[in-house]
Write a protein that binds this ligand. Structure first.
Ligand SMILES: [Zn+2]
Length: 116
C-alpha cells in the first residue's frame, strides 16, 4: 500500500476524523499503488476503484451477479489512465458535468415550450 495512504489511514483510525487523501490512487482489490503509474483501464464499481489487472475478474463477477448498474465509470483500456479515473475529483467532475448538461438541456426545452 502507498505509505502516505497508510499514514493517513492510521491517523484517521486514531482521531476518528476524515482525512483527505489527496491524489493517492490505490486499487481497492489488490492494494497496488497507481498514484504514479501510467496503466490504462479499470473501473469504478460503487465506491470502489478496481485497477486494470483486477477489472477482468471483477467484470466477470459483476456479470454473474447482474450488478452492471453499480459500474459508475469504465476506462477505455487503450486510452484512459486508471489513476485519472480513480481519483475522486476526476469522476466527480464528470458526473457534475453530466448533471449540468442534463439541466441545461431541460432548461432549453422548457424555454422552447414556454415560447410556443
Ligand atoms: Zn487491482
Amino acid at each position: 500500500m502507498n505509505k502516505d495512504l497508510a499514514a493517513a489511514w492510521k491517523k484517521a483510525e486514531e482521531s476518528g476524523e476524515k482525512i483527505p487523501i489527496g491524489n493517492i490512487v490505490v486499487c481497492d482489490q489488490c492494494d497496488i499503488d497507481y498514484t504514479s503509474r501510467d496503466d490504462r483501464g479499470g473501473i469504478i464499481l460503487g465506491s470502489n476503484a478496481f485497477c486494470p489487472s483486477c477489472t477482468p475478474k471483477m467484470l466477470a463477477d459483476v456479470a454473474r451477479h447482474r450488478e452492471e448498474h453499480y459500474i459508475r465509470a469504465r476506462c477505455q483500456r487503450d486510452r484512459v489512465l486508471f489513476r485519472d479515473v480513480a481519483r475522486p475529483p476526476a469522476w466527480v467532475f464528470v458526473m457534475i458535468a453530466a448533471v449540468i448538461g442534463v439541466v441545461y438541456i431541460a432548461l432549453i426545452l422548457l424555454i422552447q415550450m414556454l415560447l410556443q
